[in-house]
Design a protein around this ligand. Structure first.
Ligand SMILES: [Zn+2]
Length: 85
């Protein structure tokens, strides 16, 4: 009879701070497709045209520090309240 105890559950990989992505541009919206990470439908697209939820991408980024799969939109420059010239 072995008294095998279940292995303690590892606390999981350390997850860094989640940095929020800026995907407000229209280019990030398309026909709903399955998110490449959670398989649920999303109209969002990454810069690589991958269907992915913003939150999924943010979590992925936090779990994969150093990777640049999902990027934020670059901040718009020169837009200081003069949209009509
Ligand atoms: Zn997702």
């Amino acid at each position: 009879m072995s008294t095998r105890r279940p292995a303690p559950v590892p606390p999981g990989p350390p997850v860094g701070p989640v940095r929020l992505l800026d995907w407000r541009d229209r280019a990030h919206f398309a026909r709903p497709e399955r998110c490449v990470l959670c398989q649920k439908t999303t109209p969002l697209r990454s810069h690589n045209d991958e269907p992915v939820h913003k939150t999924c991408a943010e979590t992925w980024n936090a779990e994969q520090p150093g990777e640049t799969r999902f990027l934020s939109d670059p901040p718009k420059s020169g837009g200081k309240g003069n949209d009509h010239t």
